[in-house]
Write a protein that binds this ligand. Structure first.
Ligand code: FES
Ligand SMILES: [Fe+2]
Length: 371
């Protein structure tokens, strides 16, 4: 009989070994580019609750005021004796109180506003300030602004149909991926992989080792993508993606998508079909220098529920195929690109705007995690 515990620990150690031995590539770009990063969904941060969130090499306490809907993001560690404000912190109005000795900090500016047992607040308050992070809440997602040069943020666009409630939430998927953050948005400018990775029948599943099995060859997907910089907003790029599902040479389903990449880590995909339109929000967050959390949130009119379920399945299979490639690839600084792949060069050029002089290097980011 199989000992399932041993079996799963064997699998775990095999995965960890593969991760250790994997080539990651040399001269990696900085792991945390400048931009807006999703740190939680709106639903995860209830009114009057605080949460500890670790990503981008930082520890954040994210909390929602107890007397309004406002969300605040501060550094998580209390300057008094180091407790984590996101682990048991108590929210009072727009302040968070430390779970260790109840020092209270203002979410608006990170300033210390109360020590319950001391008269000497003014002596310590100037040293006791916590870093306040710029944050915003749009489309049901809470974002933090991360910028190595402390530049001011751009505005994140909202989708009217989602914010006025005429479209409803239909579901989400989430992946944890071992790769450099840049590999993931680069996929949108990579036309050639669309046929190789996503051209085979979706019914064949997400395992790229099996997706070409001939029993599924009755159906194929034909894709094309045009990638371009948004000339009006340089931090945005736009992809026009077309898709046709062919079954025995009949064109069964056509889907056109407008994909707006906003900075390094947020994408709005607008899907257009004969049944109606839907939108997918894609968020990307570095949990570690080479570990990314990738999520998709699906919204559409309520009557498209049946279609969006199909869409979620199809998108999950397709992203799962990309994940298999991302999980085992290395990052190549100067890839060999024939002229037909100039979109990838253009993408890399565009993406380089999110790295700056003081961006933390991969080596520094990696070392700060070691202990
Ligand atoms: S550690 Fe936070 S109040 Fe003491
Ligand atoms: Fe892909």
């Amino acid at each position: 009989m199989l000992n399932t515990e041993d079996d799963s620990s064997d699998k775990r150690s095999a995965v960890n070994r593969a991760r250790r031995l994997r080539k990651i590539g040399s001269k990696l770009p900085p792991p945390y580019p400048n931009g807006w990063f999703a740190i939680a969904t709106s639903k995860e941060i209830m009114r009057g609750k605080a949460k500890n969130i670790e990503c981008l090499g930082e520890h954040f306490v994210v909390f929602r005021a107890s007397n309004s809907n406002e969300v605040f993001v501060l550094d998580a560690y209390c300057p008094h004796m180091g407790a984590n404000l996101g682990v048991g912190g108590i929210v009072k109005n727009n302040c968070v109180e430390c779970p260790f000795h109840q020092w209270r900090f203002n979410g608006d500016n990170g300033e210390l506003v109360n020590i319950p047992y001391s008269e000497n607040l003014s002596e310590v308050e100037k040293f006791a300030k916590i870093r306040k992070w710029i944050s915003t809440e749009v489309n049901g997602i809470i974002f933090v602004w991360y910028h190595a040069e402390n530049e001011q943020p751009w505005i994140l666009p909202t989708v009217d149909e989602v914010n006025d409630g005429s479209w409803v939430y239909h579901g989400a998927n989430e992946f944890t991926i071992n790769c450099h953050i840049q590999d993931i948005p680069e996929n949108g400018a990579d036309r050639a992989h669309l046929t190789t990775v996503h051209g085979t029948n979706i019914a064949a599943g997400m395992d790229v080792c099996k997706s070409r099995e001939s029993i599924f060859s009755f159906g194929t997907h034909i894709w094309d993508a045009k990638w371009a910089v948004n000339d009006d907003l340089k931090h945005q790029s736009i992809i026009k993606l077309t898709h046709v599902f062919n079954v025995l040479s009949f064109k069964l389903l056509k889907i056109d998508s407008d994909i707006r990449q906003i900075g390094p880590a947020f994408v709005i995909l607008t899907i257009k079909t004969i049944f109606g339109n839907a939108v997918i929000f894609q968020t990307l967050t570095p949990l570690e220098p080479l570990v990314q959390k990738l999520s998709h949130y699906f919204y559409a009119p309520w009557y498209l529920a049946w279609f969006v379920k199909f869409l979620i399945w199809g998108e999950t299979v397709n992203v799962g195929r990309d994940v298999m490639i991302w999980n085992s690839k290395e990052f190549i600084k100067n890839p060999l690109l024939p002229k037909e792949e100039k979109q990838i060069k253009l993408f890399r050029n565009w993406f380089s705007q999110f790295y700056s002089e003081n961006s933390k290097s991969f080596q520094d980011a990696h070392q700060s995690l070691d202990w």
